[in-house]
Design a protein around this ligand. Structure first.
Ligand code: SF4
Ligand code: SF4
Ligand code: SF4
Length: 273
């Protein structure tokens, strides 16, 4: 069965669990209640959250795994995210003020399509709502990062400083404001996170367009690799199309057990495309 990890205790396993809708990072109160009950009834009364936002229930006796999984399934949770399966599609918080575009719904759609799908090897898909990339989109097999193109109207600026001062100001010093001078935007430094447009109280800075960059071939582990930019500033529909293409290509080109980053390194990004 998928999602069963050998544990420390003899005859006991760690049950790895994910949710498709909402995705695991947004479990409902009902799902949390069921997880608590399963941990109490079958495990050691604790759960663990993995770095990829899957939930583990440790210390489950092997002979009770099927029963525990049936209880979880009734609450929309499933055992998985192990072996040669796609891991939980991983998204940052839709409530974060920095979001250029909240990515939770896209994560759910990708989870519906690929969560738990069998692949040549483990496959990680990570989505970030802005360039901070809290979800580690640049060290995943497939990474998606939301971006904006901003427009600056200096006439409207009231010099409040919100877009430049801590804690909400531009993190890459792409804006400058002083008592004497309204906002000045340095396009070269701007990474398109769009945060300034979220905090400006008078729409002196607005997000004109919103889109997504797609990265492939990143990886963590012993030898971390930075993913390569595959597509720039595409729409949500195009993200779904591109991810489908990447997954198809990966299945075509990979040797059994070969990670996507290894395929991209072996054949080159151009050939991969
Ligand atoms: S990646 Fe950006 S939007 Fe997402 S949680 Fe981090 S700061 Fe917020
Ligand atoms: S100026 Fe650019 S980098 Fe700075 S907050 Fe605005 S969009 Fe982000
Ligand atoms: S937040 Fe808006 S109004 Fe305030 S300094 Fe920045 S651009 Fe000007």
């Amino acid at each position: 069965m998928d999602g069963i990890i050998s544990g420390e205790g003899k005859g006991k396993v760690v049950l790895r669990v994910t949710s498709v809708e909402p995705h695991t990072a947004e479990l409902t109160s009902e799902q949390l209640r069921v997880l608590a009950r399963v941990a109490r009834k079958y495990g050691s009364r604790v759960v663990h959250t993995t770095p990829r936002q899957a939930i583990e229930v440790p210390d489950v006796p092997r002979e009770l795994v099927e029963e525990a999984v049936r209880e979880l399934e009734r609450a929309g949770l499933r055992a998985g995210a192990s072996g040669r399966l796609t891991r939980n599609v991983f998204a940052c918080s839709r409530w974060c003020l920095y979001n250029a575009v909240p990515v939770a719904e896209l994560a759910e759609e990708l989870n519906r399509r690929y969560g738990g799908a069998e692949m040549p090897a483990k496959l990680t898909i990570s989505l970030s709502g802005c360039n901070f990339s809290c979800s580690r989109s640049r060290t995943s097999d497939i990474g998606v990062i939301a971006r904006t193109k901003i427009r600056v109207d200096r006439e409207k600026c009231i010099k409040c400083g919100l877009c430049v001062n801590e804690p909400l100001g531009c993190q890459v010093d792409a804006l400058r404001v002083s008592k004497e001078e309204p906002v000045v935007w340095n396009r070269e430094r701007c990474v398109g996170c769009g945060f300034c447009s979220n905090v400006c109280p008078v729409s002196s800075i607005t997000a004109d367009e919103r889109g997504f960059d797609i990265y492939v071939g990143g990886g963590g582990g012993f030898f971390p690799r930075e993913a390569r930019l595959l597509k720039e500033f595409v729409s949500q529909e195009e993200v779904l199309e591109e991810v489908a293409r990447v997954v198809e290509r990966y299945r075509e080109l990979a040797e059994p057990g070969e990670r996507l980053f290894s395929v991209v390194e072996r054949v080159g990004l151009e050939e991969f495309e």
